[in-house]
Design a protein around this ligand. Structure first.
Ligand SMILES: Cc1cc2nc3c(=O)[nH]c(=O)nc-3n(C[C@H](O)[C@H](O)[C@H](O)COP(=O)(O)OP(=O)(O)OC[C@H]3O[C@@H](n4cnc5c(N)ncnc54)[C@H](O)[C@@H]3O)c2cc1C
Length: 542
């Protein structure tokens, strides 16, 4: 069980979940176990959920029409209802800090948004209109960013209510989605040959794989049941994409540790933030309550880029991660793009906090924190919530898996008991009796010993010792009835087989026609085995 509070003894050793050593550290750079993360997560889950549903954290901005910077996507068209998103159009319902004026002139053609980015990007200034807008001294502008923070202020950007556009199964997939994932993983091919490359490469891969796996968990957890019309978890889908791969689950936990550490690191700054009036206490208390559950040892970012030698590597890491955030503009499905943007921005913000605050002097540190835009902070908290939800869902899936396993075990046990009381065994028993009855008492004993030895591998019900009056007539009548009963049962079995025959032929024909048709239209290899037969769990366990 991944849940620390639950009873470990309930779990069968056969589940892939058990192959994760829950008492062990999530990675060499994390001083935290799976169990401890489960505990932290169950402690903060409620507050985090409340926080991302507040007016401040539930809105995000993105440019839906931004061109894909890596290939021509001019034919992009999001036609499927499940992948399109609702944008905010009724501004009058929004709180003051989301009004166009506070957002830096959104929808105001006279305002050149990009010109004002310095002001717009200052997180503190954006929180409350009319606050004293004194800026901290500005150190020389280095590139500290792991994503393009200015794009949120683009004129084309639209405001989206994240709670109204949940991340769930949209049907987006196939070659196009695979190309995007392939491109993202391709960013892991570091050119630098500096020391420490391995750790950085490993961390980069884990981040990307953890994001991929976390999206996999969310879509498995929110699938449309076409029979009931309700959205809910689909165990087979989850097992095929994430559950059967302990390394993917581990990477989700790794990402959780990374984002949690980033939040822990800006904790002193967050507690000093001055949120607006009525909003202030509620939001602030939630943030404080969440971050107070986190610990500095959850992730050791200092292990990655230790010295001057690895600084070059850090630059490369930053540029490569920026590319991961930029490739989100190539995702055709709007819902997927929205959540892809939120999460990659959340990771980018975490990396900025972890790697750029570390070596900076106090002035630069203040500068970096002050320059965090509200979109980065919103993305950071929402990404943490996504990971938190993924971990909660993994624990639920594990319970579902174990329940299913138990049901199947029970079925198998029932089958065995039906099987053991099957006529085949009765016949054997009767055959023994018949043979024995024709022999002398002594022979009878010898024979029985031999027979029982011969069938010792069969599990027979223990013979009941019942004193019976030996009645020859009764014995023959009973034998006759038993034989007739057996013949009738055999006939019923043959009859049922004939009845099932057309159905079986139809199923086989349909399956073959399906294969031929897929081959004919050129998608013969589209379905992989695990998708064709998702209940066959391939356990990829080390
Ligand atoms: C940015 C982005 C956001 C998306 N958001 C959504 C969404 O909101 N809703 C939705 O329904 N779909 C979404 N998708 C699509 C979804 O991620 C899958 O691509 C799609 O469901 C097809 O899945 P698949 O099983 O064919 O393999 P894919 O998930 O496309 O994976 C391709 C290959 O990568 C490998 N792989 C898979 N997972 C991992 C991992 N964690 N670590 C390492 N290797 C791995 C496997 O070999 C797999 O065959 C999104 C895709 C992208 C790129």
């Amino acid at each position: 069980d991944l849940n620390v509070s639950n009873n470990d003894t309930e779990i069968s050793d056969d589940t892939p979940f058990c192959k994760l050593e829950k008492e062990s550290a999530v990675s060499t750079s994390c001083d935290v176990t799976f169990k401890e993360i489960n505990q932290i997560n169950s402690n903060i889950r409620e507050d985090l959920q409340t926080l991302v549903n507040t007016d401040f954290f539930k809105y995000f901005k993105l440019d839906l029409y931004k061109e894909c910077p890596f290939w021509d996507d001019s034919n992009r068209l999001c036609t499927d209802g499940s992948c399109s998103i609702d944008i905010v159009e009724d501004w009058s319902q929004l709180p003051e800090y989301w009004q166009p004026k506070a957002l830096g002139g959104l929808h105001d053609p006279e305002t050149d948004i990009l010109e004002g980015t310095d002001d717009e990007c200052s997180f503190l200034d954006q929180l409350c209109q009319g606050r004293d807008q004194t800026h901290p001294a500005q150190p020389p502008k280095f590139d500290f960013d792991y994503c393009d923070v200015n794009e949120f202020e683009s004129k084309e950007s639209v405001l989206v209510d994240l709670t109204k556009n949940p991340e769930r199964f949209t049907g987006y997939g196939g070659q196009e989605a695979r190309n995007i994932w392939q491109y993202i993983y391709g960013e892991n091919c570091f050119s630098t040959t500096t020391e420490g490359k391995c750790l950085a490469k490993d961390a980069f891969y884990r981040l990307v794989s953890g994001l991929h796996a976390s999206i996999g968990v969310h879509i498995s957890n929110e699938m449309l049941d076409t029979k009931t019309g309700k959205w809910g978890p689909n165990l087979d889908f989850f097992m095929a994409r994430v559950g059967n791969f302990p390394d993917r689950i581990t990477n989700i936990y790794f990402n959780y540790a990374v984002v949690a550490k980033a939040l822990w690191k800006i904790r002193p700054y967050l507690t000093h933030l001055d949120f607006c009036n009525e909003y202030d206490n509620n939001v602030k208390s939630k943030i404080v309550s969440i971050t107070s559950q986190l610990d500095r040892n959850i992730f050791h970012e200092d292990l990655l880029f230790k010295d001057d030698l690895t600084y070059k590597l850090k630059d490369e890491f930053r540029t490569r991660f920026k590319n991961v955030t930029r490739i989100m503009d190539c995702v055709d499905c709007d819902t997927c793009r929205l959540w892809g943007k939120v999460q990659t921005t959340g990771y980018a913000t975490s990396l900025k906090i972890l790697f750029e605050l570390e070596d900076a002097d106090e002035e630069t540190q203040q500068y970096i924190v002050d320059k965090l835009t509200k979109y980065e902070l919103i993305a950071l908290l929402n990404t943490f919530d996504r990971l938190s939800q993924a971990i909660e869902a993994i624990n639920n899936f594990e319970k579902m898996y174990n329940d299913k396993l138990n049901i199947e075990d029970n079925k198998a046990t029932n089958k065995t008991s039906i099987f053991s009381s099957n006529n085949f065994f009765k016949l054997l028993e009767m055959a023994k009796n018949t043979i024995n009855n024709n022999l002398t008492k002594r022979n009878h004993e010898v024979k029985e010993e031999q027979v029982s030895h011969k069938f010792s591998d069969l599990k027979m019900p223990k013979k009941k010792i019942v004193k019976k009056a030996v009645n020859d007539e009764n014995k023959w009548t009973k034998a006759w009835h038993t034989e007739i009963g057996n013949v009738m049962e055999a006939l019923r079995f043959i009859y049922r087989s004939y009845l099932d025959l057309p159905k079986n032929i139809w199923t086989i024909a349909l399956s073959n026609m399906n294969k031929f048709w897929n081959k004919f239209i050129g998608v013969a290899n589209y379905l992989r085995e695990e998708e064709e037969n998702p209940t066959v769990y391939k356990l990829n366990i080390q």
